[in-house]
Design a protein around this ligand. Structure first.
Ligand code: PGA
Length: 252
């Protein structure tokens, strides 16, 4: 089975409503020719309803939330539940992004609860992980990634994994302009598949899409996507410009 190719844009805390509508329409118009690539837009929560409507019915286009609550509902002021996200026509949710792990101290237990919430509400999960610069410099990057994957994913039966996508994002490459080389990316993605194979078996490991994220842009995407174990990208900064994002989609 061929793995799904995915290019996802994580807009983070950028754009206002008007800018979001202009950007998504521009991407929609330009990107229709790349039919076999799944295109996922992760705008701020507030714009999910509107953007999901704009993309409704477009083949291989979806919206996703950048986060979801670990709780199903109740007295959690300011939180947004997976059920709410699903109810506005959104299909994906990001879990474990390094900015949430670092700035909001999200623990593995919270990540497990969030994934559970997402899967129970039929949302697909893009689970992010990756080592810090110090860990790479001390040659601990493989060990770190193995731990991040095992500690969270071992809680899920393999039957639930159809709705899981992985995103390797070395923290030193996020928003820094410094990208992993294609060799570094391929080496880690192959290793990720080995770890997944240890948890779920080789068949599942070969079916899961593993995206690369971290300063992926219109210039370097082609080389990165040419790596046999890289199935696409999670794009931050470069997803805020329609032309660049569409060039990335066109890089397979
Ligand atoms: P970047 O962000 O492309 O701006 O490095 C990637 C991400 O945080 O997902």
């Amino acid at each position: 089975m061929q793995r799904k190719k995915i290019v996802a844009g994580n807009w983070k805390m950028n754009t206002d409503l008007n800018e979001a509508i202009v950007l998504v329409n521009s991407i929609k118009q330009q990107a229709t020719k790349y039919k076999d690539v799944e295109k996922v837009i992760f705008p701020p929560y507030l714009f999910l309803t509107e953007l999901s409507e704009i993309l409704d019915g477009e083949a291989n286009f979806a919206t996703g939330a950048q986060n979801c609550s670990e709780h199903s509902k109740g007295a959690f002021t300011g939180e947004v539940s997976a059920n709410m996200i699903a109810s506005v026509g959104c299909a994906y949710v990001l879990v474990g992004h390094s900015e949430r792990r670092t700035y909001f101290n999200e623990s593995n237990n919270q990540l497990i609860a969030k994934i559970n919430q997402a899967l129970e509400n039929n949302l697909k999960v893009v689970f992010c992980f990756g080592e810090q610069l110090a860990e790479r410099k001390s040659n601990l990057h493989f060990e770190t990634v193995k731990q991040q994957l095992e500690e969270v994913l071992q809680h899920f039966p393999k039957e639930k994994l159809n709705d899981l996508v992985l995103a390797y994002e070395p923290v030193w490459a996020i928003g820094t302009g410094e990208t992993a080389t294609p060799q570094q990316a391929q080496e880690m993605h192959a290793y990720v598949r080995k770890v997944l194979s240890g948890i779920f078996g080789a068949e599942v490991a070969n079916q899961l899409s593993v995206l690369y994220g971290g300063s992926c842009n219109a210039q370097n995407a082609k080389e990165l996507f040419a790596c046999p174990d890289v199935d696409g990208g999670l794009i931050g900064g470069a997803s805020l410009k329609a032309d660049d994002f569409c060039k990335i989609i066109d890089s397979f």
